[in-house]
Design a protein around this ligand. Structure first.
Ligand SMILES: NC(=O)c1ccc[n+]([C@@H]2O[C@H](COP(=O)([O-])OP(=O)(O)OC[C@H]3O[C@@H](n4cnc5c(N)ncnc54)[C@H](OP(=O)(O)O)[C@@H]3O)[C@@H](O)[C@H]2O)c1
Length: 203
């Protein structure tokens, strides 16, 4: 398969790239990529990359492991702060689904990324939790309407082992998710038959 990984240099993305590269052709994209530059908060940039990929040969799967949201206590979050998550993690991933079919082969798949905050939020995460929950509902509804038999799923994991040192204090009592277990969520979405699924990996 030919697989596009948006956010392929990140903590989660690089493990996805490493995993799928064993048996598939993987393209890694992100804001700092030279060949496959994309800013998911910018719709024009999404369209530009998908057009370029369509020209050079459609892909079988798109995985997005990118998207930001501001973390702060609810009382300190401005409307502008909320818009960071809405523009990047929410609409960025919604637009990947809206425009992704252009560079996807028939029966291809799109896999998005959210996180445990949708179901089990912690202090300072109202914006991130809201965006994650929105993506979960979007995926369930979008799967019904996908063209060309394209499947769409979302992987929602707990704090991953490689980032545990950074987030441990925010998630008291949450078990870190081993990286190979997290990657299996993407494997299930890309290589399985499921669609409209929220693939939860919380323990
Ligand atoms: N870390 C965790 O424990 C965890 C658990 C569950 C869910 N998540 C979610 O998974 C996603 C990735 O997390 P991570 O920890 O791997 O983050 P990360 O280490 O900061 O990596 C983010 C990746 O996405 C790219 N990126 C960031 N913003 C982008 C944008 N606007 N457009 C295109 N690419 C962009 C970055 O590359 P460039 O800077 O080059 O663009 C990088 O490759 C996030 O949405 C996060 O909320 C994380």
């Amino acid at each position: 398969m030919k697989i596009l990984v948006i956010g392929g240099t990140g903590t989660i993305g690089k493990r996805i790239v490493e995993h799928f590269s064993k048996n598939h052709q993987v393209i890694s994209a992100g804001r700092s990529s030279e060949d496959y530059k994309i800013d998911i908060a910018d719709t024009k940039s999404i369209k530009r990359l998908f057009k370029k990929i369509k020209k050079s040969g459609k892909v079988d799967a798109i995985i997005c492991a990118a998207g930001e949201a501001k973390w702060a206590p609810l009382k300190d979050l401005s409307e502008t702060d909320f818009h960071i998550g809405l523009r990047s993690k929410l609409m960025g991933q919604v637009n990947i689904v809206r425009y992704g079919h252009k560079c996807l082969k028939r029966k291809g798949s799109i896999t998005l990324t959210t996180g445990i905050l949708a179901d089990d939020p912690v202090y300072q995460t109202t914006s991130a939790a809201m965006v994650n929950g929105g993506i979960h509902s979007f995926v369930k509804a979008a799967a019904i309407e996908m063209r060309k038999k394209i499947r769409v799923n979302v992987v929602s994991s707990g704090v991953v082992m490689d980032a545990y040192h950074k987030y441990e204090s925010y998630f008291p009592g949450h078990p870190p998710i081993p990286m190979d277990k997290m990657v299996l969520g993407y494997q299930r979405s890309v290589c399985g038959r499921v669609t409209g699924e929220i693939i939860r990996i919380y323990s």
